[in-house]
Design a protein around this ligand. Structure first.
Ligand code: GLY
Length: 351
């Protein structure tokens, strides 16, 4: 896959106009979910370049990231006369860009696609890197293909539509990018930033830096055979937290990733020599801003069981991405049950 074109927009209408012109599409369709239809469509609906565009709306929320919703998008495209030269513009968070990306990649063997991510999480992660798909058979993102959008347009104007919890959720992926980037200045900048009252101009530069880190890795390994696994830092334990929370009080993805980072940086200290004082700086930031999801040692067997079934595992071994230092990535690491429990103890009681 070629490097994806990511535009850090200074002027949304101009950026979208240029991206659409490059696609030379006969018809334009805009996909949103019920939330972005309400909050984000009004920001773009007056644009000349979207005059005559057809709209497709799906239900918001991960529970609607289904084959049925994909079928709805295909049906709408078909009934409204989309051809193989048509364009789908995804306006939304990760659910919309993943699902819409899949629908566009498969409709008539693939039509053009533009992503306009509207959440911080989708700006710095989901909309970039070509992963598309939907949930199936009770498993997240079980069906999908790799396909880059023609353009991804990042505009922080949409962040004004987001609440603080969702900003923090996206920020966790930015912290992850800071940890895997060798330029330590980036991580220090993220830890010093006032994320509770974010300055959007500064945040825009930080988003650009974060996307650059992801793109560099994706370009090297688009289909996750090796180094792209660096992007899984925090996610082995994070996904287990997220699944456990699903049975109790669901949490936003980025919160689970932040808590996963606490455990996996601890494992990095234990197993791959990550400096303790750097771990403490990141962990302090996370506990201060994200708090802790309450767990007890009675939850350890469930968490371990969830990690054992993680789709990133190889030959039944729980697979971690750990760090030897900031930016010193060690993929395909594993840990014993005792080491993982020690990391969970640290999460509950450390700092
Ligand atoms: N979200 C991790 C990746 O795109 O590989």
């Amino acid at each position: 896959m070629e490097k994806q074109k990511v535009v850090i927009s200074e002027h949304l209408e101009r950026a979208l106009n240029e991206a659409i012109a490059e696609c030379r599409a006969d018809r334009i369709f805009v996909l949103s979910d019920t939330t972005t239809a309400r909050l984000c469509w009004p920001i773009v609906e007056g644009f000349d370049c979207l005059k005559g565009a057809e709209r497709i709306v799906i239900e918001a929320g991960d529970t609607h990231k289904t084959l049925e919703a994909v079928g709805h998008v295909w049906s709408e495209l078909q009934q409204q006369g989309a051809t193989r030269h048509s364009l789908l513009v995804n306006l939304g968070g990760g659910m919309v860009t993943d699902l819409g990306g899949f629908a566009a990649s498969t409709f008539k063997r693939g039509i053009s696609l533009i992503n306009i991510p509207t959440t911080l999480l989708s700006m710095v992660d989901a909309s970039v890197g070509g992963k598309t798909g939907f949930n199936f058979g009770g498993l997240k993102n079980e069906i999908g293909v790799f396909r880059n959008a023609s353009s991804v347009i990042l505009d922080t104007v949409f962040l004004k539509t987001m609440d603080q919890e969702n900003i923090l959720s996206g920020y966790a992926e930015m912290l992850k990018h800071g940890c895997i980037n060798p330029e330590e200045k980036m991580l220090n900048g993220l830890l010093a930033f006032d994320v509770e009252q974010p300055d959007l101009t500064q945040l825009k530069h930080m988003v650009a830096e974060s996307v650059e880190v992801k793109q560099r890795i994706v370009l090297e390994d688009p289909t996750e055979q090796g180094i792209r696994k660096a992007l899984n830092l925090g996610h082995t334990v994070g996904h287990a937290f997220e699944s456990l929370a699903m049975k109790r009080q669901p949490v936003l993805h980025g919160y689970a990733v932040a808590w996963g980072l606490v455990c996996e940086l601890y494992l990095s200290v234990l197993k791959t020599g990550f400096p303790t004082e750097k771990m403490c700086k990141v962990v302090n930031f996370i506990i201060e801003h994200y708090g802790r999801m309450p767990i007890t040692c009675n939850d350890y067997p469930t968490l371990l069981e969830l990690m054992t079934h993680d789709k990133k595992n190889i030959a039944g071994r729980i697979n971690f991405t750990l760090l030897g230092n900031v930016g010193d990535i060690r993929i395909n690491q594993t840990a014993t049950k005792e080491e993982i429990e020690e990391a969970l103890d640290f999460y509950r009681e450390g700092q």
